[in-house]
Design a protein. Structure first.
Length: 168
């Protein structure tokens, strides 16, 4: 069953709550894969507050809000490594206690609508192979697995899947 949720554009003042959501979600999804310390290191680096504020101001960035509390977010934009019209879903996370309630789907729908309005014709993303919740979410939403790549965290190598979803 869904929850009462409003989706809105993120604001720079949301950065701290976005970091909190990231930390909780990453620990739930990745502690058993990467270890708690590595997860904390990734969050400290990839979800640094000033960097989040810049992303909020320069990219597609939505938050899901319930009763005045942020419970999820999604972030996408053009990645210069891809051709014109290809966007990348950089981040999408929901507080673990709200998983499987349609929040991630609604955030993804908002991002896709925005990408289409900016003449985007496909959306790409990466997810660690061992993140079963993430893999299942993307496959449920008709993303096609197109390749496997290696990524390094704290000196250890992991495999991640690359997905693509045509938008036309």
């Amino acid at each position: 069953m869904g929850v009462q949720l409003s989706i809105r554009n993120a604001e720079p003042a949301d950065a701290e709550e976005i970091q909190t959501i990231s930390r909780a979600s990453w620990h739930k999804a990745y502690d058993d894969i990467l270890g708690e310390e590595t997860v904390d290191n990734v969050i400290d680096e990839w979800y640094e507050i000033d960097g989040l504020r810049t992303s909020i101001e320069e990219t597609i960035f939505y938050v899901g809000e319930r009763d005045g509390e942020l419970v999820g977010f999604a972030n996408a934009g053009q990645n210069p490594v891809y051709e014109e019209g290809t966007f990348e879903l950089f981040r999408i996370y929901v507080l673990p206690e709200y998983w499987n309630r349609g929040i991630g789907s609604r955030l993804l729908e908002s991002v896709i609508a925005d990408v289409k309005s900016e003449e985007g014709n496909e959306l790409r993303l990466s997810v660690l192979m061992e993140n079963e919740a993430g893999v299942g979410f993307y496959e449920l939403h008709d993303f096609e697995r197109v390749e496997t790549e290696k990524i390094e965290f704290d000196g250890d190598t992991y495999e991640e899947y690359r997905y693509v979803k045509p938008l036309r």
